[in-house]
Design a protein around this ligand. Structure first.
Ligand SMILES: [Zn+2]
Length: 457
C-alpha cells in the first residue's frame, strides 16, 4: 500500500485534546495516519497520491453502532405503525420471505448509502440465516468498509410476553442458530486485516430462554467477540423483564453474563438510574438510535444522564423501516436536538459531544478505539472529507457545529478506509451505484408481492 497526502483542509482530529486544525494536512502511509498537523509542518512531498482538501473538513470516519443490513429493501413499506404491528404486519413478513439474493441486494444498498454518507465502520445486527450470512459477509468484504456482523440467535419465536409471534420464515432452532454463529466466526472473524468481524446477537427479551442467554455470554468470551442486543427499547420490555424474571432489563442481562466492554445494548430508552449506574460500572456500551426511537414512539433515552454517569454511548441509524435512512450525519443533528427539547435545556447535548458519540464513542463500542475513531498518528486511516462549500454550510465559524447541525450525508465528498479511497467526489468506487439501486428496487417489489404487501398500503 502506498502513501496519500490529504492537503489543506480543516482537520477535526477528535484526539484527546479535541483539536481542530485549520489549513492542515494528513499524511497516510500503509493504511495508517503517519502525520497530522498544519500544512507546512506535514511532510509527504513524495506522497504517491494527493487529495486537495481545501474547502473541506476532514473528520474521522463515522461509526454506526446499530443497523439492520437486511432492512433497506423494506424502506417505505412500514411507516406510521406501532412497534408490534410494525414488526408483525410488515417487517417480519417481508424479512421472512427474503431469499439469499435479497439479503445480498439489501446489504449492498445499505452499504452504498452508508459509505456515501460518511460511515466507515458499523455493527450490522440480527443477521438470520435465511438472508445468506456468507453472501452478506462477502459484500462487506468487497465494499471496503469495516463491519461487525452480528448473528441473530434465538430459541423461540416470541417477543416479550407475546408468544410465537415471529414470522415462521425467520424462526431458527437453537442448535442451528448457534452452529452458524460458530462456523461464521471461525471463517470470517478478523479477516481482511480485521475489517470483518462476527458478533453474536441474541434476540431481545422473550426471544431466547434464560439458558440460551447464558450460553451466548459464554460463547462470546470463548470466541473473544462482541455481543449486541436490543434492550429496554419500549416500556413494555421493562414490564416483561420484571414479570418474567423479577428484574430490570439491565439486571437480568448482567445476571446471565451479558455485561462488559464487549457488550453493546441498543436503545436503553427506559433505563433507570440504577441501570445507568450498572452500565457505567461494568463498562457496557449503549447504541443510541434517535430517529428510530422517535418514529416508533418508543421514547427519548436519557443519553446526557448516561454520558454524565460515564456510560459509553455510540450512535446508530437502526433500520430503513424505522428511520428511514442510514445517514449518520442526519442522525447526529437529531441526537443533539431531542435532548435539548426533552430537558428544556439548549446546553444538554452540545455538538462536540454528539460528534464524539458518532466517532470515538462508536469506535469504543466496537472495541476498536485504539485503531479508529480519531485522526491520530499510528491509527488506521479511516477518514471522511465533507465539502463545506455549500450554501447551507456557509459560513462555518465552528466546523464541528456546522457538521452536526447543518450538514447532510450528501455533503460527503471522499471516504477512506484503512488508507484506501472507497468514495471519491461523492461516488462509490467499490459498488456500481446504478446497478445496486436498480436491483434493490426490483427485488423490493418482488419481495413485497411474495409477502402480500402492496405499496401505498
Ligand atoms: Zn434495531
Amino acid at each position: 500500500m502506498g502513501s496519500v497526502l490529504i492537503e489543506g483542509g480543516t482537520v477535526v482530529t477528535m484526539d484527546r485534546g479535541r483539536r481542530t486544525l485549520e489549513d492542515a494536512s494528513v499524511l497516510v502511509e500503509d493504511g495508517k495516519v503517519a502525520a497530522v498537523g498544519r500544512r507546512d509542518s506535514v511532510g509527504g512531498k513524495r506522497a504517491e497520491e494527493r487529495i486537495d482538501a481545501r474547502g473541506m473538513a476532514v473528520i474521522p470516519g463515522l461509526v454506526d453502532t446499530h443497523l439492520h443490513l437486511a432492512q433497506s429493501l423494506i424502506r417505505g413499506y412500514a411507516d406510521d405503525l406501532s412497534l408490534i404491528g410494525w414488526l408483525r404486519e410488515r417487517v417480519w413478513p417481508m424479512q421472512g420471505n427474503f431469499t439469499k439474493e435479497d439479503g445480498r441486494a439489501s446489504a449492498r444498498l445499505s452499504l452504498l448509502e452508508m459509505m456515501k454518507s460518511g460511515t466507515t465502520s458499523f455493527v450490522g445486527v440480527d443477521v438470520v440465516s435465511r438472508y445468506g450470512f456468507e453472501g452478506i459477509a462477502e459484500e462487506v468484504s468487497a465494499s471496503g468498509m469495516r463491519g461487525a456482523l452480528a448473528k441473530s440467535i434465538m430459541d423461540s419465536g416470541s417477543y416479550g410476553g407475546e408468544r410465537r409471534i415471529m414470522h415462521p420464515g425467520l424462526i431458527e432452532e437453537r442448535a442451528e442458530s448457534l452452529a452458524e454463529a460458530k462456523s461464521m466466526a471461525g471463517r470470517w472473524n478478523g479477516v481482511r486485516d480485521g475489517r470483518v468481524k462476527i458478533w453474536l446477537a441474541p434476540r431481545s427479551l422473550g426471544g431466547c430462554s434464560r439458558g440460551l442467554y447464558e450460553e451466548v455470554a459464554e460463547l462470546a468470551v470463548g470466541l473473544k467477540t462482541g455481543v449486541t442486543m436490543h434492550l429496554a427499547e419500549v416500556k413494555e420490555d421493562v414490564r416483561y423483564a420484571k414479570e418474567a424474571f423479577g428484574m430490570t432489563p439491565v439486571e437480568f442481562a448482567e445476571a446471565v453474563g451479558l455485561a462488559g466492554p464487549h457488550v453493546l445494548f441498543a436503545h436503553m430508552v427506559w433505563a433507570d438510574d440504577r441501570e445507568i449506574g450498572r452500565l457505567a460500572a461494568t463498562k457496557t456500551n449503549v447504541a443510541h438510535n434517535p430517529s428510530s426511537n422517535l418514529k416508533l414512539a418508543s421514547g427519548v433515552p436519557r443519553v446526557p444522564e448516561m454520558l454524565e454517569a460515564g456510560v459509553n454511548v455510540g450512535l446508530g441509524c437502526d433500520g430503513a423501516p424505522c428511520n428511514n435512512s442510514y445517514d449518520m450525519v442526519r442522525e447526529m443533528k437529531l441526537a443533539a436536538v431531542i435532548q435539548k427539547a426533552r430537558l428544556l435545556d439548549p446546553t444538554a447535548m452540545p455538538a462536540q459531544r454528539v460528534l464524539e458519540m458518532a466517532t470515538i464513542g462508536g469506535a469504543r463500542a466496537m472495541g476498536m478505539e485504539k485503531d479508529v475513531g480519531s485522526i491520530e498518528v499510528g491509527k488506521r486511516a479511516d477518514l471522511v472529507l465533507v465539502d463545506l462549500r455549500k450554501p447551507h454550510l456557509t459560513p462555518h465559524p465552528n466546523v464541528v457545529s456546522s457538521i452536526v447541525y447543518s450538514a447532510m450525508g450528501s455533503d460527503v465528498d471522499t471516504v477512506m478506509v484503512e488508507g484506501k479511497v472507497i468514495v471519491k467526489g461523492g461516488s462509490s468506487l467499490t459498488l456500481d451505484e446504478a446497478a445496486v439501486v436498480r436491483e434493490a428496487s426490483e427485488r423490493a417489489a418482488g419481495l413485497a408481492e411474495r409477502s402480500g404487501i402492496r405499496a401505498g398500503d
